[in-house]
Design a protein around this ligand. Sequence first.
Ligand code: ADP
Ligand code: ADP
Length: 228
Amino acid sequence: MASITLDNVVKTYPDGFTAVKGVSLDIADGEFVILVGPSGCGKSTLLRMIVGLEDISDGELRIADEVVNDKAPRDRDLAMVFQNYALYPHLTVYENIAFPLRLAKGEYTDEQIDERVREASRLLELDEHLERKPANLSGGQRQRVAMGRAIVRRAKAFLFDEPLSNLDAKLRGQMRTEIARLQRNLATTTVYVTHDQTEAMTLGDRVAVLRRGELQQVASPRGLYDQP
Ligand code: ADP
Ligand code: ADP
């Protein structure tokens, strides 16, 4: 686990457009921060810079107090969960969850992989579905497999990009409870992008509001939504 520090972070795209205009934010070790804001305000850009999929134009990004601006994504050791969970259709649930560990060739023995996959699937209540293929799972189960892949790596932090937006209302409610429970169990530092006010109110320790590439407000969910 690790703190994440954004220090005046800027993103200017090659076409000259500045999508993130100097954002500073201190995310404590184990904290759950929700990132909200209108479409196009720079939420995805910010997440992608943190995880390393997008270069930082200016400013500094620190993970566990280490500057990581020039570190490759795999060396940052963060796990990202997208809304379109991109599971491998030909692999079982077990192999989908094991995939990140198999990718790190030679780093894990089969026994270690097995132990981690079983731990993660217990946490996510997927243990009865390990031999099934993604096509035969519900949307919520598929989303949990995607989260399982983040958990097995024991990443330093989780980054969620609207992970529940493709689910129907009932499933969304269930997954919200699931994510809240996971966060209590793992206490992993989390940045979570959402459009959903209920998610923002119930999941986060703090809510950060982004607008036109600038941080407009950072507050507790109560401070933000219970204002007169
Ligand atoms: P959000 O996730 O909040 O909807 P994004 O981070 O996707 O916002 O986009 C922020 C702004 O950056 C938008 O105006 C978008 O058009 C622009 N943008 C995103 N990607 C690129 C790119 N590759 N080149 C130029 N502009 C981009
Ligand atoms: P214990 O030490 O009590 O056996 P662990 O902390 O090793 O438990 O693991 C409990 C569960 O939490 C496992 O599923 C593990 O993959 C997960 N886990 C542990 N640490 C992290 C972390 N930093 N990030 C994500 N998942 C983690």
